[in-house]
Design a protein around this ligand. Structure first.
Ligand SMILES: [Zn+2]
Length: 467
């Protein structure tokens, strides 16, 4: 496979082009030059001399990428993932959330993975993302692994470095330590990958640490993401100082007091919402919380499959969208999902709402298209660069084949994309004009060799667990 230099103008022709901000185009095209979208429209028009200066740039067939029976759309945005946990896929099944968290910590201790292991795990997670048409990842991690993985793959992303300290006595040290780690990570920031911060969750972060992180983020202009309002157990802890999280914190000698409010109200009081953070989950939110999220301009990473799998419930997605909140979709980790398939994530987000509301027209396919592209970009603050196919935006693209037995016949390409197709139908992933996945192969990394290493690591983990 020859990587086309980003400087060579390329016309991507597809049976359907979905620009998101304008209607679908049958037999459409996207003209890309220097990694930037130059024109979007009917392919025949783009190929005509009138639209090209100089027209000769398209005389070489090598510069035309034909995507027959495919939809071409903006690269998918996964606003919330934990790529470093990819090797733990399948090891944390069928547990209630507080037990899931405890089991994850025990698993991490037992597996004793080193820096290289986490980088391998994260890289494998990013390979899965590239294969699924994901071009932008909001990666929330307790290491720098995703930063290295995104750079290696050539994907776009924001890496939110996690920080934890449920004990106020440990807050200052935790804040100082993460500040040092962030400074090192920021040396590797690129045009595509940004470093950010994540105070993990209300059951792992005390108020003192939230305040310290807020100051740090404001001082350095760091984007912020935090798990918020995810589970009933979290609400119990925050509001009443009781429940399974309170019990386990007290068992560790940590003083737990009722904070007397919802998680969203707590983050508001501590100054976190003023930073317009990405709030991950927001299942446990009421009308007042939604209004405050809207007023402050915070965003939401909606993770419907992880929420369902862990028994959290169904987040009020239609109400968040109706309020005008920025919302994107997230897979969460594959230890709680267990796959990265943003088409399925979108489909399920609609089906779950229909199941509980009895309304069959909630979240139609056109809305899902926006949610998983421009919605995700908005929630990460990247809508000026990506999320739709418009001249001037970066050329982050994915193409999905609708030629499979499970997708044909195609009457409505958008409905087919979200209700028939799946991640394995993705045939092309392009980030800023550079091909990341094509013809069944992920470029830029040695996928087969990495796959063998992942299998070896999985065996090592299994034997560490006594399997
Ligand atoms: Zn998460």
């Amino acid at each position: 496979m020859v990587q086309t230099p980003a400087t060579v103008p390329t016309l991507y022709r597809a049976s359907w082009v979905l620009p998101v901000t304008t209607p679908p185009i049958r037999d459409g095209g996207v003209l890309v030059e220097d990694g930037v979208i130059r024109a979007v429209g009917p392919a025949a028009v783009l190929e005509s001399a009138a639209a090209l200066e100089p027209a000769a740039v398209l005389e070489s067939a090598a510069r035309v990428v034909r995507l027959d029976d495919c939809v071409l759309l903006p690269g998918l945005v996964n606003t919330h993932a934990h790529p470093e946990l990819t090797v733990f896929r399948g090891l944390l099944e069928d547990r209630a959330f507080p037990q899931w968290i405890a089991a994850l910590l025990a698993l991490k201790r037992a597996a004793a993975l080193d820096e290289d292991d986490y980088r391998l795990s994260s890289t494998w997670g990013c390979i899965e993302a590239a294969r699924a048409g994901v071009t932008t990842v909001g990666a929330t991690e307790d290491s720098d692994a995703a930063l290295h993985a995104l750079l290696a793959l050539g994907l776009r992303g924001i890496v939110y470095r996690e920080v934890f300290a449920p004990d106020p006595a440990a807050a200052a040290d935790a804040a100082a330590s993460v500040a040092t780690k962030l400074a090192t990570m920021r040396e590797l920031e690129s045009e595509l990958v940004r470093v950010a911060i994540s105070p993990h969750a209300p059951y792992s972060v005390c108020d003192e640490l939230y305040r310290a992180v807020t100051e740090l983020a404001a001082e350095h202009g760091l984007p912020v993401a935090c798990h918020a309002a995810e589970s009933a157990a979290e609400t119990e802890l925050v509001r009443d100082g009781s429940g399974p999280f309170a019990t386990s914190l007290r068992a560790r000698g940590i003083d737990v007091r009722p904070r007397g409010r919802s998680t969203i109200a707590l983050l508001d009081r501590l100054g976190v919402l003023a930073l317009r953070p990405l709030l991950v989950h927001c299942v446990q939110v009421d009308g007042a919380d939604i209004e405050r999220i809207r007023e402050t301009g915070a965003a939401v990473a909606h993770c419907p499959l992880a929420n369902a799998r862990l028994g959290h419930g169904v987040a009020p997605l239609p109400r968040l969208l109706a309020a005008g909140v920025r919302v994107g979709l997230g897979s969460d980790s594959v230890a709680s999902n267990n796959r990265v398939d943003m088409l399925e994530e979108a489909r399920f987000s609609s089906l779950a709402q229909r199941a509980i509301s009895g309304e069959p027209d909630v979240l139609p396919a056109a809305q899902l298209l926006e949610l998983v592209t421009l919605g995700g970009a908005r929630s990460l603050g990247l809508e000026g660069k990506v999320g739709s196919l418009e001249p001037g935006k970066d050329a982050d693209l994915c193409a999905v084949s609708l030629a499979g037995a499970h997708t044909r016949p195609v009457h409505d390409p958008v409905a087919a994309l979200f209700h028939s197709a799946r991640a394995s139908d993705v045939v092309l992933t392009v980030v800023k004009g550079r091909t990341v996945f094509e013809a069944g192969r992920v470029l830029n990394v040695r996928e087969e060799e990495l796959g063998r290493k992942v299998d070896e690591l999985a065996k090592r983990i299994a034997s560490a667990l006594g399997g």
